[in-house]
Design a protein. Structure first.
Lengths: 168, 571
């Protein structure tokens, strides 16, 4: 009986202590798993992060109201063109702007990678993004390799792509 | 070391027994030699944890069965809890972005605040170590109780009536006397007569004690009287209540069982309540202010606006289908409708929405725009233009308007149109209009719904010739939908709350049982004409002495209550 009681207590204990240790509202960290998400793109299709497993994925949070976000877009586009065949993908998550606003900007810059619409800012909150732009680089196994807040230039992107794509 | 735990009365006692479970004789030589009152805790029986050869499991059990350990655990928990009261806890904030929190603690409390945040003390009460301490207190409660209550229950259930003389005489309240049993003048007395007389004396005593509402058991010339035994279970019932209370408090971490969050709801907007299947719509928010003459003198002069009443007309929806598919709009069904006032929350199946705060956040929601001929004033048609998610194109009579660009907060930057934010503070729409007398590829037309922006940015100048021909305009204020307020609601779910109340109620019942009643026992035995009388209680010795003295006096032995006390601390 003693064993049974201690066993029940141990289960309750594991639940309580474990529950607060592994809270799922902890924000994604470098080295940790990137939370999966599914969003509708400007193309009308649903894009799911886990569908891109096996590729190096750049998740970029941006808005047309944010000048550095707009400025880094051509650099991202160039690098996307250069490395997409080597297994590089970009998911540009727009921060709840209207479709028209996003569409006119994307057409103006001729961006070719998927633009996702985070209508309710749920993914922004999941990823704990507060400064724009914020970029996550998610490796082939779904782990966060890099988190960068602020504008990126082309050489920064390229250096990291070379590093994480394993190309010299 | 093997301890001999067999009593001279023949009873085999468990290791760790202090007083023989059967006759009550002290088992250790040391105790036998002493003269003071006996330690009566748990009636001298061995606690469960007292084992001769403890296994590792026994050791764990023994650790938690110690009251000393329990006291230390409580002290450590109190100290830990006090750490959580130095600065504000994180759950007091509406904005819980880590960057914001770090800067808040740093700016308001200096380097110590930063350390406090980094050490996780700003989440003391949700931390694993605090919960671990609570859990250990709970374990200690369970183990301590079981360790004591089971042996005590057995001991009190099988009580020997004729106790050992040492046991009776070394009670804190005791009395010894020679009874005048053979004082019958008429007949000569023998041992049989004496025993008969002793029996009768015990019966008389039994009747007296019964009148004092004792439960009396006799065994020839020995007697055991007992009352209010149930008060001994008080502490354990109290513990059961505390355990239920603790379990309920811990159950708050079960997903979906507890929630205490603050969300802002803009008028006219339906918004998802995170981590629930519910959506809430703020249909209308109203606020009433006190009139200046209703305010006291001092406040009137400050020109303060004091709200009298504020109310959110809320509708609660439940998502019925397509809840997680981002490509579809969720299907919502209305489940509740309530006007939320302070202290009058919307309630639905354990979900509570309290009025918490409000904010003036005037913004355009949509306008009904009409396309007119500027010269003749002829109206071609009208459409609703949404400021959050406008459509791709609109039709007004023979004209088609394709939306090329939308800038919620319009501005010029290096001659190009940009938006400064995603809030419709100065919205601008750029259309391409096609229709009668217009080129097939259309002509551009910019539209500012707000008069002030039209003038500031020079709408007419930008539109040029087309602007002199056609005009988009709003007829009256009825065509403008505006959200004036954001209502802040406190969304709460607390499923374990009823169990917390049940636990608290049981705790109080247990406390009352232990505090307001006392377990009183009286033992007596007559050997020949020698009376041995002892009594024990767990508290209120004064009351017990009075009852004992009263019973003895009624039985013909003149004795003063005070003289019954044999030593130990007076109470």
């Amino acid at each position: 009986m003693q064993i049974a009681i201690l066993l029940i207590l141990a289960i309750v204990g594991a639940f309580t202590v474990g529950g607060s240790l592994f809270r799922d509202n902890d924000l994604p960290q470098v080295g940790g798993r990137a939370p999966d998400f599914a969003l509708v793109g400007l193309d009308g299709k649903t894009h799911r992060l886990s569908d891109y497993r096996g590729k190096l994925v750049m998740v970029n949070f941006w808005g047309t109201f944010c000048p550095p976000c707009k400025e880094e877009m051509p650099a991202i586009e160039k690098q996307y063109q250069k490395w997409r065949d080597a297994g590089f993908e970009v998911l540009a998550v727009n921060l709840a702007e209207s479709k028209v606003t996003v569409d006119s900007f994307v057409k103006q810059l001729n961006l070719t990678f998927p633009i996702l619409l985070d209508d309710r800012m749920e993914i922004r909150k999941t990823y704990g993004v507060v400064n724009y732009p914020t970029t996550f680089l998610i490796d082939q196994s779904g782990k966060i390799a890099l988190k960068k807040e602020g504008q990126m230039d082309e050489s920064f992107i390229e250096q990291n792509l070379i590093k994480w794509l394993g190309k010299m | 070391m093997i301890e001999n735990t067999k009593c001279e009365c023949g009873h085999q006692n468990a290791v760790g027994t202090v007083l023989c479970e059967s006759c009550g004789k002290p088992l250790s030589e040391e105790l036998l030699r002493g003269t003071g009152p006996l330690e009566m805790r748990y009636d001298g029986v061995a606690r469960r944890s007292m084992r001769a050869n403890p296994t590792p499991i026994d050791r764990v059990w023994n650790f938690f069965s110690s009251v000393k350990v329990a006291v230390y655990l409580i002290i450590v928990t109190l100290l830990a809890a006090s750490l959580g009261t130095i600065f504000q806890q994180e759950n007091m904030f509406i904005n819980r972005d880590p960057a914001f929190l770090l800067s808040y603690y740093k700016e308001n409390y200096g380097w110590f605040g930063e350390l406090y945040y980094r050490l996780g003390l700003s989440r003391t009460f949700e931390s694993w170590w605090f919960r671990g301490l609570l859990f250990m207190i709970g374990t200690s409660l369970v183990v301590c109780s079981l360790d004591r209550v089971l042996p005590l229950y057995r001991a009190l259930k099988n009580q020997q009536i004729r106790k050992h003389p040492t046991f009776i005489l070394r009670q804190k309240v005791s009395y010894a006397a020679t009874l005048p049993l053979d004082a019958h003048p008429s007949e000569p007395s023998g041992p049989a007569d004496q025993e008969e007389a002793a029996r009768r004396w015990v019966e008389r005593m039994s009747a007296i004690l019964k009148k004092q509402r004792y439960r009396v058991h006799t065994d020839g010339t020995a007697l055991l009287a007992e009352k209010n035994r149930f008060s001994r279970w008080g502490p354990y019932i109290n513990h059961i209540g505390l355990i239920i209370f603790l379990l309920a408090a811990l159950a708050r971490s079960v997903p979906g069982w507890h929630m205490d969050e603050y969300y802002g709801f803009l008028e006219g907007q339906t918004q998802k309540i995170p981590n629930t299947p519910y959506y809430l719509k703020n249909e209308k928010f109203t606020v009433d202010f006190y009139k200046p003459e209703e305010l006291p003198e001092g406040m009137r002069n400050q020109g303060a606006l004091v709200p009298k009443m504020y109310e959110t007309q809320a509708v609660l929806y439940r998502c019925a289908a397509d809840c997680d598919d981002p490509s579809k709009q969720p299907v919502l069904e209305e489940v509740a409708r309530h006007n939320i006032l302070v202290n009058h929350p919307l309630k639905y199946k354990g979900l509570l929405a309290y009025q918490y705060d409000w904010q003036e956040t005037p913004q355009l929601i949509s306008v009904r725009a009409t396309l007119k001929n500027r010269q003749t004033g002829e109206a071609y048609g009208s459409f609703v233009l949404d400021m959050k998610q406008p459509q791709d194109s609109y039709v007004a009579g023979p004209y088609q308007l394709k939306l090329r660009g939308y800038y919620p907060e319009f501005a010029f930057e290096n001659g190009a149109p940009v938006t400064k934010s995603n809030d419709p503070k100065a919205p601008a729409f750029i259309f391409t209009i096609t229709g009668p007398d217009l080129p097939p590829e259309g002509e551009p037309y910019i539209y500012f719904p707000r008069e002030i922006d039209r003038e500031q940015f020079g709408q007419d100048a930008i539109n040029g010739a087309l602007g002199r021909k056609l005009e988009l305009a709003v007829g009256s204020m009825d065509d403008v939908q505006v959200a004036l307020y954001t209502s802040w609601l406190n969304i709460r779910v607390d499923k374990p709350l009823p169990y917390i109340w049940v636990g608290a109620a049981i705790t109080v019942i247990g406390l009352a049982m232990g505090f307001y009643w006392q377990h009183r026992r009286i033992w007596l035995r007559i050997d020949g004409d020698r009376l041995l009388f002892g009594a024990h209680t767990n508290k209120n010795w004064y009351g017990l002495r009075r009852e004992a003295a009263y019973a003895l006096n009624r039985a013909g032995i003149a004795v003063d209550a005070k003289t019954l006390e044999t030593g130990g601390k007076r109470s």
